[in-house]
Design a protein around this ligand. Sequence first.
Ligand SMILES: [Zn+2]
Length: 114
Amino acid sequence: MHRNPEKVRENIAKADTEDLLDRVTAFRAGMEPEGLAAIEAELRRRGVSAEEIADHRAECEEECLFGPDGVAYKCSLCRRPAVADRWGWHRLGNFIPLFPRRFRYCRIHSQTDG
Ligand SMILES: [Zn+2]
C-alpha cells in the first residue's frame, strides 16, 4: 500500500479527537508506527494528556471486542470500536434475508439499534 504522508497528516488533522483516541487504543495493533506517532503528536497538540489516552485505553480494553490480531472489531454501522455483537440477517436490497451474519455495534449503536 502506498501512503502519502501529506494525506495522512490531513486526515489526522481533520479527525475527531475521539476518533484519534480510538485509533491509538482500540485499533493500535493494526497501526503503522509512523501513523501512531503522528496521531499521538496531534493529540498532544490538542491538549490530550498521556493520562487521558491511558484512561481511554483501559476503558476500551474492558469494553471493546477484539479480534485474534489484537485489533478491536469495528461497528457495522460506523468506524467506532464495537462493544457488542448480535446475529442478524444479511439482507439483499434491505428486505430479502440472505444469510445470518454477525453484526457488531459500538457503544452508541448498541443502544439505538434494536
Ligand atoms: Zn457505531
